[in-house]
Design a protein around this ligand. Sequence first.
Ligand code: PNS
Length: 159
Amino acid sequence: MRRAIYPGSFDPVTNGHLDVIERARKLFDEVVVALAHNDEKRPLFSLEERLALLRETAGKIDGVRITQFKGLLVEFARAEKAGAVIRGLRAVSDFEFEFQMALMNRKLDAAVETIFLMPKEDYTYLSSRIVKEIANLGGDVSSFVPTCVAKALNRKFTR
Ligand code: PNS
């Protein structure tokens, strides 16, 4: 069983994330989408809300499991018996942080390989942060996120 972890904050999950998951699924028998507990970031959606949106979207894809983890990613990957960590790479601006994280994870556990996947070109400009900003300012995000996420964003920002 070839298993990969796709970790992230998913605040909220976007079509770009789903595109990366579909691509990863072609390479691995199982993709474990792992929502990280990250106390430093102040997310818009609670852990439970983000998990529910992931289950409603990525969770519907065959061979994809949704879960959460605390602590080090490499330890979680080891516990899941996953040999790879998937990260999406959109543009050069992503590279520096991703490169640092991949090499640090390799230092922490040489058995865990990081694999970068490029999402569809249409999604290279897409990020959870930008989607939240557009939704907050009343813009239409329906082509960037699944319907349930667009609805959840509308509920958050309806004053
Ligand atoms: O979606 P994000 O916010 O870019 O995801 C970042 C994430 C969750 C993958 C990263 O912060 C992470 O791996 N956190 C777990 C803690 C950890 O292992 N930190 C050391 C990474 S070098």
